[in-house]
Design a protein around this ligand. Sequence first.
Ligand SMILES: [Zn+2]
Length: 380
Amino acid sequence: MERFICPICGNDDETYFFKRGEVIYCRRCISFQGELASPEAFNVEEDDVSLTYDLSIEQKDISSRFLNSFKAHKNTLIHAVCGAGKTEIVYETIAYALNEHMHVGFATPRKDVVIELLPRFKEAFKKARIIALYGGHTSELYGDITLLTTHQLFRYQKYFDLLIIDEVDAFPFKGNETLEHIALNSVRGNYCYMSATPDENLIASFQNEHSTFLELFVRFHKKAIPVPKLIWSVGIIKYIILICKLKKYQKNHLPCLVFCPTIELSKKLYLFLKLFVPNGTSVSSKDEERMQKVQDFKDGKYMYLCTTSILERGVTIKDLQVIVFDAHHPLYNRYALVQIAGRVGRKIGHEGGEVIFLGHRIDQEMVEAKKDIESANEHL
Ligand SMILES: [Zn+2]
């Protein structure tokens, strides 16, 4: 019998296959089911893509180097610090691809980010037809630019001439072989990975003649990333520190995110904090109203939010302060801590802010995260 390869996830391990009637199924990607897109079914018509955005000199430089890499048929890894303006860096290459009538995809592991990106892309690419695909929202498969979660990439096989995957180091994409297969299988041209915190293995895999590795250490506003303060404390003292900080921020009208390692802890912590500090709430991935709560927080309705890692990435809030509660927890590795710290000081004119890692001890991950931020700041 001829060796069977799963067309969706690329699996060729026989033990994963089973037959029902004459049809072969693959257990490895059985959860990825739905309508598939055909590359022949859609032609990109764009000729004159209008772009409205401003780039810093540093962004422009990376932008044109990415375009050259794509024109040379290379895959690219862009390492850009939190707040560097990663999304805008790839616009120029997307516009080029559209003018060449190519299929363009922009994927990210997280649904909330896809939803947030849609209006931004519509604003930048006024003439292009832009669609968004994520769990529960998959009726349209064909657009000039397809924004989607990495989970939805299985619908596209050898489809994208240019595929950009943002936050490749985020859950659930990172370390998930099936999702990675599906992603690479969706590309017929070249792909670009983007991350604020790539690990050494990922960087090494892009350091060869077929790939390009680009780094952007300067934030869009060219000010330093706030360096975290590491505070060690246990018992009642850590709660007193937290309450004092929140009261101080509130007095100065500064909103604060309090990151907690688990949903359970985030809820409990809020129930305790609200006895002492008003104007807060808690939010998590399980929370039906999370989008509304985050919007209310942005609008100033709440002064602090006890949150889990759902707000670790992608949020920009004016004058934000950040406290990581129980920062010694194993869930918080160096990369997660850098991402969290990267939420602070992103807005032009509001580049400062406090980042506090509050743990039972000061561990290696906390120290490494602080070092990573300090060395990025050295490029200023
Ligand atoms: Zn499969």
